[in-house]
Design a protein around this ligand. Structure first.
Ligand SMILES: [Mg+2]
Length: 189
């Protein structure tokens, strides 16, 4: 069963979903040129876009009813939220629907400085999803500390892409194999 997914998938923002530090590389206010897809501009017209594979990954998770979370320790939470609100995600491949606001994909947003242990404790409190059902993608090795809680951590190099996403899923599946139910006679089914 290779399609098994965790109940919650969380993403860091900077250098995981987009290729900049929202606190230092862009200056507010942010804006969008008409209905430009996957591009928000800052005061100096520096573009903010999701990495190429991110939109379809978000669609896939949403279609599968996986809870999607953002877990960022940026010191500019307002700008990060603003970027997510303005950014338009292209429709699912093959779909005739229009673009969707990026922020509408996220069921939970934990965006504030500090250890990501706090971010995940909050996610657990709010969703009641066990840590064993959480998979986290982040480009900074220090944030692997969330594994203390039981979260599966996947390090992202050069931005989130399909390959990294599949690696994260494979690691989560390996750590949490399907439970084998034994019937009354003791044989496995
Ligand atoms: Mg980051």
């Amino acid at each position: 069963m290779t399609t098994r997914l965790p109940k919650l998938v969380a993403f860091d923002l900077d250098y995981t979903l987009w290729d900049l530090w929202i606190d230092t590389h862009v200056t507010g206010p942010l804006h969008r040129d008409k209905n430009a897809i996957n591009e928000v501009l800052d005061k100096h017209n520096t573009p903010i876009s999701f990495y190429k594979h991110v939109p379809q990954i978000l669609h896939r998770l949403r279609t599968a009813e996986v809870t999607i979370a953002a877990a960022s320790r940026t010191s500019a939470p307002t700008k990060a939220r603003s970027a997510l609100t303005l950014l338009l995600v292209p429709p699912m491949e093959g779909s005739k629907e229009g673009a969707v606001k990026a922020i509408d994909f996220f069921n939970q947003l934990e965006i504030y400085p500090g250890s990501k242990l706090t971010h995940f404790k909050k996610l657990h409190q709010k969703t009641e999803i066990p840590y064993s059902e959480m998979l986290f993608f982040d480009d900074e090795h220090r944030n692997k500390e969330v594994e203390q809680l039981g979260v599966t951590f996947c390090l992202v190099r050069n931005g989130l892409d399909d390959r990294t996403f599949e690696q994260g899923l494979a690691e989560w599946r390996k750590r949490h194999p399907v439970e084998i139910i034994e019937d009354a006679a003791g044989s496995t089914s």
